[in-house]
Design a protein around this ligand. Structure first.
Ligand code: GLY
Ligand code: MN
Ligand code: MN
Length: 505
């Protein structure tokens, strides 16, 4: 093969266009941009999340008086070449705007400092959303821009639509740089940026900042945005319950699909596909890659290849969550007997994990520390594996922070906060998270497990190859907690009865 001398000078970055011919004649341009009826009214109404998002912004405002706060939605991540993943905004942006799946890439929320009390709702900030409004049909963007043009991506909200939807002032993205630069400088207004979300915004802010050290306070903003989400409001709790309820329906569909899964060489994909189809039909997506782990695969904590067979007599560990249109996600695991009945060995392991989960759930109430939930589950796990003779020390010795030998069979934590991100509030300080004190409205998982790998010579043969996790989502209440996942069978008897009933239908 020889180089073609005619084309080798063409810059690589422009060669993506070599595959098609777009007419560029003036006659075509005039023709394609004319003859269109009026824009469709999208019928936008105020989002039910709008008032809650306003209250969240007011709380953030109170933490950063006088500073300009910049929270980008982000841009789509590249999947390969010029193909992107479906866009999902940063959780902080979704939280502060109330925008779910209807949001816009490249949008930026800015909380401009104003005189104390003169801002939105009597706060010290005025919020403005900067975004790309749809171009008119008389522009080239309309038919030639595959990222924004309505010919390619469909009708998009105008700035006025966004204002109705969110109750936030909306302005053109072109005005962002000037808006951020206003009053900035060494003695001016400090900008705090949620960095690393949108490179273009990072660059604009870097150019405006006179003071290098300012970048370091960005971390305080990221931390505050995570901590702001630790306690869920009423709207968030309803969305999380919706995500869980939709997930439970998805689990039922998977049980009905088990005969198809056992008949397929890659039955785990049948399970994954069944759940994904449900999540896309009834919600926005899955909140994370589904773990459909049959047999020995259940002992691999994040088994997402899902390319194995699903066999009669084995367990299926299904860890899956529907993300609602609001972007709140469930995170649920059940470990099901593929043929509908647990063997004695499977039941024995399942019961220990269930007892650990129940102990953790019984401990949950306002005032205890997040880490105490894990400790309650671990006391049960250590006690039982010691009773089975698996430990070279007593349960009490194993529970010593310097030992922790029982963790060989459960190396992951028991709980994580749950919300817009499956592992929510990840930038919160340790004193607010692991060492934090539980408050009503916090939502987290309880997900103990036991994983006995088939080549683990320290466990009896009958237990090898068995992996069990039970994962529930709980909300802390005034005097304890409530299982958002309480409607999904948990005990071995209830799981068997639930599966049998589904199979009869
Ligand atoms: N599905 C991931 C987790 O349980 O944390
Ligand atoms: Mn989880
Ligand atoms: Mn999970």
């Amino acid at each position: 093969m020889t180089d073609s001398p005619e084309t080798s000078d063409q810059p690589l970055g422009t060669r993506g266009g070599n595959r098609s011919l777009r007419p560029t004649s003036k006659r075509f341009l005039d023709f394609v941009t004319s003859g269109w009826g009026p824009r469709t009214d999208l019928g936008v109404t105020r989002s039910p999340a709008a008032d809650f998002a306003a209250a969240r912004r007011a709380r953030l405002s109170a933490r950063f008086p006088g500073a300009r706060l910049v929270v980008p939605a982000g841009t789509p991540a590249v999947r390969s070449n010029d193909t992107d993943f479906r866009f999902r905004p940063h959780a902080a942006f979704a939280h502060l705007t109330g925008l779910g799946m209807e949001q816009e890439p490249q949008a930026v929320l800015v909380l401009h400092p104003v005189e104390d009390g003169a801002g939105d709702g009597g706060s010290g900030h005025h919020a403005v959303l900067y975004l790309n409004p749809p171009a008119g049909r008389d522009t080239e963007e309309f038919f030639a821009d595959s990222a924004h043009g309505e010919f390619w991506v469909g009708a998009r909200p105008a700035l006025a639509d966004i204002e109705v939807l969110t109750g936030i002032t909306a302005e053109h993205l072109d005005g962002l740089r000037d808006a951020l630069a206003k009053d900035a400088g060494a003695d001016g207004v400090a900008i705090l940026l949620l960095a690393g979300v949108d490179e273009a915004v990072d660059e604009v802010v870097a150019q405006i900042r006179a003071d290098e050290a300012a970048g370091r306070s960005d971390e305080r903003l990221a931390e505050a945005l995570s901590e702001l989400r630790l306690v869920k409001d009423e709207h968030e709790l309803a969305q999380l319950q919706l995500a869980v309820d939709t997930t439970i329906e998805g689990f039922a569909k998977v049980v009905r699909a088990l005969p198809a899964a056992t008949a397929h060489r890659r039955g785990e994909r049948v399970v994954e596909g069944t759940f994904l189809g449900h999540a896309r039909q009834e919600g926005n997506d899955v909140g994370y890659h589904t773990i459909a782990a049959a047999g020995e695969h259940a002992t691999t904590l994040h088994w997402t290849d899902n390319d194995g067979a699903v066999r009669d007599g084995e367990l299926l560990l299904l860890d899956a969550g529907v993300e609602a249109d609001s972007l709140y996600t469930a995170d649920v695991t059940r470990t099901l007997p593929v043929n509908g009945t647990y063997t004695d060995a499977q039941r024995k392991v399942y019961q220990v994990v269930l007892d650990a989960a129940d102990a953790a759930i019984a401990a949950i109430r306002p005032g205890i520390r997040f880490r105490d939930v894990h400790a309650a589950a671990m006391a049960v796990i250590a006690d039982r594996v010691a009773a089975w003779g698996l430990l070279p020390v007593s349960a009490a010795e194993s529970l010593d922070p310097d030992a922790q030998l029982h963790r060989r069979w459960m190396v992951h934590g028991t709980s994580h906060h749950l919300g817009l991100d499956v592992h929510d509030c990840a930038q919160a300080r340790a004193e607010m998270y692991l060492d934090g004190v539980l408050e009503p409205g916090m939502v987290f998982t309880v997900e103990p497990g036991l994983y006995f790998k088939s080549d683990d010579l320290l466990v009896p043969e009958e237990l090898r190859g068995i992996g069990v996790r039970i994962e529930d989502d709980v909300v802390v209440t005034e005097d304890g907690c409530r299982l958002l996942t309480g409607a999904l069978a948990r005990t071995p008897d209830d799981v068997e009865a639930w599966m049998a009933a589904l199979r009869e239908r």
